[in-house]
Design a protein around this ligand. Structure first.
Ligand code: NAP
Length: 306
């Protein structure tokens, strides 16, 4: 029998970070009937959730004080450190028995540090990053990769099932982050291939809609091709998944690869290309903005197609 009985109406949840992903994920928990207390750096981005019945707290510590399970979905490892380990952070508001779940894509070593510091207080901390994009978050179809205490991970299934369709436990603290980084290594070279393929088809004078129709039906199909290529064709580079977050993820994966003595040349190339995307001023655009930088390298202005 589990130490926890996590269910709507019974368990009070906390949520920190109501951005592109977090606002949908938290919204699904609220819709399922969980009582939710939330905090975000910019309060206006939490407004929809507050109108839907969530309670506001004025910092992460106060969220933790009134919640049994506290989820975080912020941007960068420095944000995770601040919202969980800071003086007004989640851990400062936790009594023994509470569970912290960081769903941000962050460093495996930070997940281990948080789990260890939490354990000293009788608190459990899981890392549970996700993949599936803004579309997966909105539709509650994310893939969730979990590291940390196995029993707590299982007990939290009713929460994870509100947000995702594929929920997999990977092992000790940091394992969820490693699984997510493997996902980012996979995506990195796919994004280069996607943008180069479209650029080639354009320069060859083809109708890109027809090209998409053909290649989506064959071996080249992928999530990125199906979800991002249509946005590239109409010149919509809104995020989605921010370029600056992808650079963060690839940087963490490269650090881990260096530590493990691994050569990952495809990842290193994709990272360098994305540094150029950011240098061109597209850091706050979606990852498919790589198209703009690759086109520029060949003297093509993608938005005007000259
Ligand atoms: P986002 O829109 O920037 O959301 C992050 C939210 O966290 C923002 O609302 C931000 O506040 C808040 N935040 C950041 N630091 C904070 C702090 N110190 N205190 C309080 N609130 C803080 O990013 P996102 O796209 O939702 O991504 C969140 C995480 O998921 C990232 O690690 C990303 O790599 C990962 N991820 C994203 C996707 C995707 O497709 N978008 C997919 C999978 C994983 P402000 O509103 O003030 O900026």
């Amino acid at each position: 029998m589990s130490r926890w009985n996590i269910e709507p109406g019974n368990t009070r949840l906390g949520w920190i970070g109501t951005g592109v992903m977090g606002r949908w994920m938290a919204g699904h928990l609220l819709q399922a009937g969980f009582r939710l207390t939330i905090y975000n750096r910019t309060q206006s981005k939490a407004e929809t959730l507050l109108q839907a019945g969530a309670q506001w707290a004025s910092n992460p510590r106060q969220v933790a004080e009134v919640s049994e399970v506290i989820f975080t979905m912020v941007g960068f490892p420095a944000d995770v450190r601040q919202v969980i380990l800071g003086s007004d952070g989640v851990l400062a508001g936790c009594q023994p028995g509470k569970i912290i779940v960081d769903m941000t894509t962050s460093q495996p070593a930070l997940a281990v540090e948080i789990a260890q510091r939490a354990a000293q207080q009788g608190v459990i901390a899981l890392d549970a990053p996700v993949t599936g994009g803004d579309v997966g978050a909105r539709e509650g179809r994310l893939s969730i990769m979990i590291g940390g205490d196995a029993e707590a991970s299982e007990a939290l299934r009713p929460c994870f099932q509100c947000m995702g369709k594929t929920i997999v436990y990977h092992g000790p603290p940091g394992s969820g982050q490693h699984a997510k980084l493997a996902n980012q290594v996979l995506i990195a070279s796919q994004m280069v291939a996607l943008c180069e393929g479209l650029l080639y088809a354009y320069k060859a004078g083809l109708d890109l809609e027809r090209v998409l129709q053909s290649v989506s039906a064959g071996a080249a199909s992928s999530w990125a091709l199906q979800n991002l290529a249509p946005r590239i064709l109409v010149g919509n580079f809104d995020p989605g998944f921010f370029v600056e977050h992808f650079i963060k993820d690839m940087g963490i994966a490269l650090e881990e690869a260096r530590r493990m003595g691994l050569a990952l040349p495809g990842l290193a190339l994709a990272h360098q290309l994305y540094v150029s995307v950011q240098a061109l001023g597209h850091g706050k655009k979606g990852t498919h903005a790589l198209q703009l930088a690759l086109a520029a390298m060949s003297g093509i202005d993608w938005q005007t197609r000259r």
